[in-house]
Design a protein around this ligand. Structure first.
Ligand code: SF4
Length: 117
């Protein structure tokens, strides 16, 4: 099941603090390359991934970010899943056929991906 916005209602308390993707998100990379080659797109990465890429090419994180990346607006991976709208916009703009298809990734997996914890 895809994440929901929980649709309003009268519920109060902890359930209201659940993210919109509390029921998980469908994602399966088709390796189409839209985010990293071919049509314009973007590859989102977190700090750990940036550090690993910097090590792989033998430069500092600062040099890696300056030399090999560019910031697109204020978007970062956590902001892609911030709202259903940001998720849909990223899916449309990339375009990413893997978003909203394939297996459901549960909330715990998404949270670990976002926080590294
Ligand atoms: S656009 Fe989506 S499906 Fe295509 S390679 Fe990138 S992450 Fe995978």
């Amino acid at each position: 099941m895809q994440g929901t916005t929980d649709g309003g209602g009268e519920a109060q308390g902890p359930r209201d603090e659940r993210p919109w993707y509390a029921d998980g998100l469908r994602f399966e990379c088709t390796q189409c390359g839209n985010c990293c080659s071919g049509p314009p797109g973007a590859v989102w990465f977190d700090l750990d991934e940036a550090e690993a890429m910097a090590r792989a090419v033998g430069v500092s994180l600062e040099v890696f970010l300056e030399r090999y990346t560019r910031r697109i607006g204020a978007r970062r991976w956590p902001e892609v899943v911030e709202t259903p709208e940001s998720w849909a916009e990223t899916k449309r703009r990339t375009p990413c056929p893997g978003m909203d298809s394939g297996p459901v990734h549960p909330l715990v997996e998404i949270t670990i991906g976002l926080t590294g914890a």
